[in-house]
Design a protein around this ligand. Structure first.
Ligand SMILES: *Cc1c(COP(=O)(O)O)cnc(C)c1O
Length: 464
């Protein structure tokens, strides 16, 4: 059985916390989110896939790829029929692979309910949490959001049995569209509009997690560093390879990167046996990682730099701890390196480069003009990174660039650069007419606590 250790296990002292030297099951890692020493959980063994099983996924639904990868990690902990139900319920939307030129493709991960690749991870994690609950047990997920993450998480948990979700957002800092998206989720998901800032929402959530008087609610986070969110992100690399590659062919993926969870999925896919020639990890102007690969010195960027590809404005990627661990190093959550990894080995496997906002815009315009392919800022960083990789190395392998959000989420940028309004994806077509409701609360912990105690349940999702 695969067990999960903490990336901090070898440290002497982690800011006053004792290093966690034990091992957790997948279920424990999933429900805890983070190791007790605030390190990240890592599988102690990486299962391998048979090439014939990968190839058998060709022309098969995406859920089959999720079943293959999920089974490799979970077969000892979850019955196969349960896992099949989880993946078939999570993945009921298309995953287009679009040929742009020659052997260059874009994989669009933007057809889920909130038109972002985060839907892939959040939907599978939500369902896994639900099936790992003991009979009669309930969980209450608390999320503070400045907009997009909250709706991806909220939609992912909608109607998932055994779980209530409360989302807090800052009343005056979300757009009208984001507010509609959050308020209209409904069923077992409710939103609280906080009269305050995003930081206030985060502080309310943190205080609630630390408050023993709320113990009865079984509060948990849908943390982005949960291994349950990494596992589903391995799947689309396997899927893309199965659809596109010829027998024995190698493939390159370009993954626009912020907290490195998406790219980590590719690193695991390669270690599971997928013939990945190079993992290309372009960043925006937050260039701490490409700098490290070049100079051997890691320095986080604080505060992070605001760029067009705003979901990648990260000055110290949380999943860097996992990359360092896989290559023999240790870095803590504050960005302090305790042991450097094997940088030469990393450079053989990974190519990283920083793409400026100017280049991002230029890429959106050029790729649309030359190929008719519409990219938004994150995907454009990925595409430009892939071009630079091919220019510098002469590599001509089959290449897939991930498009991580739908262009309609960036109407102003697209209008300014290309002169038209991108069409909304089907999942968002009704966005401006959705009706919902929220509760308004002051940025005051006592008020929030009293509200939670008086309303511990959101609503029961329909049976199904
Ligand atoms: C979160 C996000 C990213 C970055 O993904 P990481 O896993 O944090 O590297 C890229 N694009 C979009 C649209 C995102 O929402």
């Amino acid at each position: 059985m695969i067990r999960y250790y903490s990336t901090n296990r070898d440290l002497k002292d982690v800011g006053g916390l004792k290093p966690f030297t034990g091992l957790a099951t997948f279920r424990e890692a999933l429900l805890m989110g983070q190791a007790p020493d605030e390190g990240l959980f890592m599988p102690d063994r990486i299962p391998t896939l048979e090439m014939k099983d990968i190839r058998s996924l060709r022309s098969r639904p995406y859920a089959e790829a999720a079943l293959l990868v999920g089974r490799a990690f979970l077969a000892q902990e979850l019955p196969d029929e349960t896992l099949r139900r989880v993946v078939e319920d999570a993945y009921d939307f298309p995953v287009p692979l679009e040929r742009v030129r020659d052997d260059w493709y874009v994989m669009r991960l933007d057809q889920g309910p909130t038109a972002s690749f985060k839907d892939f991870a959040a939907r599978m994690m939500a369902r896994l949490m639900s099936v790992f609950l003991k009979p009669g047990e309930r969980l209450h997920v608390l999320v503070a959001t400045s907009g997009d993450t909250g709706s991806a998480v909220g939609e992912a948990y909608r109607a998932v049995p055994g779980i209530d979700v409360t989302i807090l957002y800052p009343r005056d800092e979300v757009s009208e569209r984001q507010k509609r998206q959050l308020d209209a989720i409904g069923l077992n998901v409710r939103s609280i509009s906080v009269v305050g800032k995003f930081d206030d929402c985060q502080n309310l959530v943190k205080a609630a997690f630390a408050d023993p008087s709320l113990g009865g609610l079984n509060l948990t986070s849908a943390n982005s560093i949960n291994f349950g969110r990494i596992l589903p992100q391995i799947v689309y690399y396997v899927y893309a390879y199965a659809q596109l590659a010829r027998e024995g062919e190698e493939i390159c993926f370009s993954v626009p990167s912020g907290n490195f969870g998406d790219a980590l999925g590719c690193e695991y896919a390669r270690r599971m046996g997928l013939p990945v020639r190079r993992l290309v990890m372009p960043t925006n102007e937050n260039d701490e990682f490409p700098r490290y690969l070049e100079t051997g010195i890691y320095e986080k960027i604080s505060p992070s730099r605001p760029c067009l590809s705003n979901a990648m404005n990260v000055g110290h990627p949380s999943n860097l701890a996992r990359f360092f661990d896989l290559y023999g190093g240790t870095v803590d959550r504050n960005g302090v390196v305790h042991r450097y990894p094997d940088r030469e080995e990393m450079k053989r496997r990974i190519f990283s480069v920083s793409v400026s906002d100017e280049e991002t815009k230029e890429t959106i315009v050029r790729v649309y003009r030359d190929h008719g392919t519409l990219l938004e800022p994150h995907g454009a960083v990925g595409w430009r990174g892939l071009e630079i990789f091919r220019e510098r190395t002469g590599d001509e392998s089959l290449s897939v660039c991930l498009e991580t959000a739908h262009p309609a989420k960036f109407p102003n940028e697209i209008k300014e650069l290309l002169g038209f309004d991108p069409d909304l994806p089907p999942s968002m077509a009704d966005i401006d007419t959705r009706e919902g409701s929220c509760i308004e609360l002051p940025a005051d912990y006592e008020a929030f606590r009293a509200f939670l105690l008086a309303n511990p349940r959101v609503a029961s999702p329909p049976r199904g």
